[in-house]
Design a protein around this ligand. Structure first.
Ligand SMILES: [Zn+2]
Length: 468
């Protein structure tokens, strides 16, 4: 059956079958079991509804009021400069954390950046990090990170004095993240969510690199990372107004692919099936089902043409990550000194930000994060047995550890399709054979489902050359 636009129906059918399969063990003899509507999807709908464009507008205007948030600007002035923005954000995240009853903690993660290309003298870089700890022991170490960068710039990243309002780049992303933290702090998720405002983005992704490197050093399981950067302009420099969708950039071939993995990929395919691409598909499906008024435009690129963002340090350390950005950019309102030239207003001012649009971007983020953090882990060790020639496709995977696991689902699509188009619930098993469906003709994936119907992103299998 086609998944698109039918998720709620497919979902209830899948759950009915899965639940029955788990208790009776023989799929062919199942009777439809009576299951209530998936409670947690209702919770996600509530989260989506609670996100408020007015809060986002207030945050953007407040961040702009600090004059500049250039990373090299004043750190100890309570009114102007990046230090004032940092302290205000810390206070706001701390307020948001009150609703979590101790599960959300807020910290300033600081380090001294030595002199570098865009850092003329050693500078303290501070990320404001709010961590909402997961409540399921088996899932709490699984971490989802969402970020915006609160630093800004005008014409040049080393001008610490000029006004750099940075309303869209990137008060918009920062405001979206703060609003998500406010709304989501009171909910209890299985896995951990980190809401983060980073600095030093315009100095070459310094704050996000520091966080990603710390995560790697501590061996954190960052299962997905979203960066929101330039998510508020809806009238592009090309004259196109688009308020209905957001771009989600995902890389196809992983930044960390080894030569051996490349050899395997050339042999069996998979350049369109990295974990980051599965994440983009997951976000698109989630948005279609839970934020139906707003669309995700998947872009099959790591970032915009030749450019970068805060997801890249995560990709470079092997963590799946995507970038959210508006569809049509307006370069007169990015990285510009505020000025009027021949009657044209330049500068990244709040009057050019569409606050209702930023709220929709935040809704897609929040729904996806909630869906991820309530779902089981994506299945590990997924393989296709490829030792012998067959028209069947034999899949195997490792059992998930979550106590609320209901089972698994095989998904597939034509090799030219953008998203998973078909699915089959297979019960709580760790292997399944798709009879008469050749691995030559389809791409397959496996996802895990819990008893409330929360589904993980799909895992793309690797070939298993020998039968273990
Ligand atoms: Zn930016």
């Amino acid at each position: 059956m086609k998944l698109r636009n039918q998720l709620p129906r497919v979902f209830s059918i899948v759950m009915t079958v899965l639940f029955a399969a788990a208790s009776i063990a023989v799929v062919a003899q199942t009777r439809p079991a009576r299951r209530p509507a998936p409670v947690r999807n209702r919770a996600i709908t509530n989260i989506v509804r609670e996100i408020d464009a007015r809060n986002i507008e207030a945050t953007i205007r407040k961040l702009v009021s600090f004059g500049t948030r250039n990373t090299l600007s004043e750190q100890n002035d309570p009114r102007r400069g990046i230090g004032a923005a940092r302290d205000w954000l810390y206070a706001e995240f701390t307020k948001a954390a009150e609703a979590s009853h101790g599960r959300m903690t807020v910290e300033k993660q600081s380090y001294e950046q030595p002199k570098a290309a865009r850092v003329p003298e050693p500078t303290i870089i501070t990320n404001v990090v709010a961590t909402l700890k997961g409540s399921q022991p088996e899932a709490t170490a699984r971490i989802y990170v969402v970020s915006g960068h609160y630093d800004s710039m005008c014409n040049t990243p080393v001008d610490a004095k000029c006004d750099a309002p940075g309303a869209n780049d990137d008060a918009s992303g920062t405001a979206a993240v703060l609003e998500m933290a406010r709304v989501m702090a009171k909910y209890e998720f299985d896995a951990t969510i980190v809401f983060m405002a980073v600095a030093g983005e315009e100095q070459s992704l310094l704050g996000s690199t520091h966080f990603a490197e710390q995560a790697k050093q501590k061996n954190w399981n960052v299962d997905a990372m979203f960066t929101n950067d330039i998510v508020g302009n809806t009238l592009g420099g090309n004259g196109v107004r688009d308020r209905g969708q957001v771009r989600v950039f995902s890389e196809g071939v992983p930044s960390t692919e080894t030569p051996a993995e490349a050899t395997t990929r050339r042999s069996v395919g998979g350049e369109n099936d990295s974990a980051s691409r599965q994440l983009a598909r997951f976000i698109k499906e989630t948005a279609d089902s839970l934020v139906p008024q707003f669309k995700v435009m998947m872009i099959y690129r790591r970032d915009r043409y030749g450019r970068g963002g805060d997801h890249i340090p995560f990709l470079e350390r092997g963590y799946p990550a995507v970038r959210f950005t508006e569809v049509n950019e307006e370069f007169r309102h990015q990285h510009q000194n505020v000025r009027v030239e021949n009657g044209v207003q330049f500068g990244d001012l709040p009057e050019f930000v569409d606050f209702a649009y930023v709220a929709n971007v935040a809704r897609v983020n929040a729904a996806s994060l909630a869906a991820l953090a309530w779902a089981p882990s994506r299945p590990m060790g997924v393989t296709i047995l490829s030792q012998r020639l067959s028209n069947d496709t034999e899949l195997r995977w490792e059992a998930n550890k979550e106590p609320d696991l209901a089972g698994y689902e095989i998904v597939w699509r034509d090799t030219t399709a953008a998203v998973w188009t078909d699915s089959k619930p297979v019960g709580n098993v760790t292997q399944f054979t798709m009879k008469g469906m050749s691995k030559d003709n389809y791409f397959f994936g496996v996802r895990a489902i819990d008893k409330d119907g929360n589904k993980s992103p799909a895992t793309y299998p690797r070939p298993q050359m020998r039968n273990p």
